[in-house]
Design a protein around this ligand. Structure first.
Ligand code: SAH
Length: 207
């Protein structure tokens, strides 16, 4: 099977378990996940599971990327901040929805940030901005963002991220230590946050 056929099969199977919008499905169909995973895991790239990407980190399972893309309710042109670039796959999926120039991503490990930049550039996502640093600080120079998501788990959402979110936007990510809940906070016009929980999840910790 070609990678395109494998992606189509993966998306078809995800669709049986989750209700996915056309936008999310198109994004998952467009991004070549196999190009983001290390050589030795390429054959597993279209299984619905996380895979190691080096530095003790993992690329999220496709269903998790799909669910998060749905929950962010993004549209073309919205500006998005990701905390935890990893290999860059999730950022590329987000870029398919909002446009590469609107995606900003912070990665703690220099080596991963460097590699993600190279991969994204090679695959036509070079307009995504990747910076190596501590995501707990967000990216103040580029704020505000219409949406912010974390792909690593914190005890609570760091306050700079709450501040850098525009009114009406969603802040999404795993909250907790070993037992984590996917939490979506929506910032109201009065700068308050409405909190919703979206089930148990498992992510690497935020440093
Ligand atoms: N979105 C990624 C998933 C990466 S796993 C992908 O598609 O591959 C989570 C990532 O968060 C790891 O790469 C880890 O190094 C990073 N991370 C952990 N703590 C961080 C912090 N404080 N700031 C930025 N990134 C962090």
């Amino acid at each position: 099977m070609t990678p395109e056929e494998q992606r189509a099969e993966l998306v078809a199977s995800l669709e049986q378990r989750e209700s996915l919008s056309q936008r999310t499905k198109d994004a998952l169909l467009a991004v070549p996940r196999h190009e983001f995973v290390p050589e030795q895991h390429r054959s597993e790239a279209y299984r619905d599971r996380p895979l190691p990407i080096g530095d003790g980190q993992t690329i999220s399972a496709p269903h998790m990327v799909a669910i998060m893309t749905e929950l962010l309710e993004l549209s073309q042109g919205e500006r998005v901040l990701e905390i935890g670039t990893g290999c860059g796959y999730h950022a590329a999926v987000t870029a398919e929805v909002v446009g590469s120039e609107n995606v900003y991503s912070v990665e703690y490990h220099d080596s991963l940030a460097e590699r993600a930049r190279g991969t994204l550039q090679a695959l036509g996502y070079g307009d995504i901005s990747v910076c190596a640093g501590d995501g707990k600080q967000g990216w103040p120079e580029q704020a505000p963002f219409d949406a912010i998501y974390l792909t690593c788990a914190a005890a609570e959402f760091p306050s700079p991220l709450r501040e850098q979110l525009a009114a009406g936007g969603h802040l999404l990510g795993p909250v907790g230590d070993t037992q984590q809940i996917l939490v979506r906070m929506t910032k109201t016009a009065e700068n308050r946050f409405e909190r919703e929980e979206h089930g148990y999840v498992r992510f690497v910790p935020l440093r």
